[in-house]
Design a protein around this ligand. Structure first.
Ligand code: 0O2
Length: 206
């Protein structure tokens, strides 16, 4: 049996449920004649192998309890937004939602990682109609939500791919170039936001 024990199917069900709940927030926003909250979503259950590796790296016992309670990213959803402001709008909606509580936030947008990585991470404690490891039903499960713009996401995808290429000759140079690229993309995100505001204010003036 995998590190997820009897919870393997439940984690997939939670992934679908959370995705549907976030889509519902978006649909409600659009019905209220507001711009859509995000461009698209990506959802995954962390593979059992990656979860075992993470528990070992963190010095946790390789148990289902560690995978679901000590690690809090077995279920992960990435929300890819068009504009930086949309990230704040998504966060606002998540804070209002009665099915979850945000218990941890990491703002790698205000405080980008030294390599240039930008994204806003939250861990939610989600209430779901399944029994959890402590025997509660409705149960509580953690879900990691990463919020980023299209530009931040394209950079992170490329950088992630590079990380696994170990035979690179000049990693320092590539690291510098990647950082430069991340900063330029961040500046484009700010410009795009300004363009959106200009369009909105010119429409209001019509
Ligand atoms: P995967 O498959 O993407 O999930 P913590 O759990 O809080 O103790 P952790 O896990 O290091 O600490 O959390 P953190 O810093 O919030 O970042 C975890 C996830 O963010 C990673 O998941 C990546 O998805 C993403 N991430 C963080 N830093 C970088 C980075 O420098 N480059 C890229 N491309 N992504 C990053 P996993 O578990 O690595 O993999």
């Amino acid at each position: 049996m995998s590190i997820y024990g009897p919870y393997e199917q439940i984690l997939s069900d939670i992934l679908s449920l959370t995705t549907d709940r976030i889509k519902e927030l978006n649909q409600q926003t659009v019905q209220d004649k507001q711009p859509k909250l995000y461009e698209h979503l990506i959802a995954r259950v962390k593979t059992a192998e990656s979860m075992v590796e993470k528990c070992q790296r963190k010095g946790y016992p390789v148990t289902t309890e560690s995978a679901l309670r000590r690690c809090r990213d077995a279920v992960g959803i990435r929300i890819i937004c068009n504009f930086i402001d949309d990230i704040d709008r998504c966060l606002y909606q998540l804070r209002q939602a009665d099915w979850c509580e945000i218990i941890k936030e990491k703002d790698y947008i205000t405080n980008a990682k030294p390599n240039g990585y930008r994204s806003y991470h939250v861990i939610i404690d989600e209430t779901v109609p399944y029994q959890d490891v402590e025997g509660n039903n409705p149960g509580h499960f953690y879900v990691e939500i990463q919020l980023r713009t299209i530009a931040m996401d394209s950079w992170a995808s490329l950088e992630h791919e590079m990380k696994y290429k170990h035979n690179i000759k000049n990693p320092e140079r590539i690291g510098r170039e990647l950082k430069h690229c991340a900063d330029q993309l961040a500046s484009c995100d700010v410009q795009m936001q300004t363009i959106r505001q200009l369009i909105n204010s010119s429409e209001e003036g019509d």
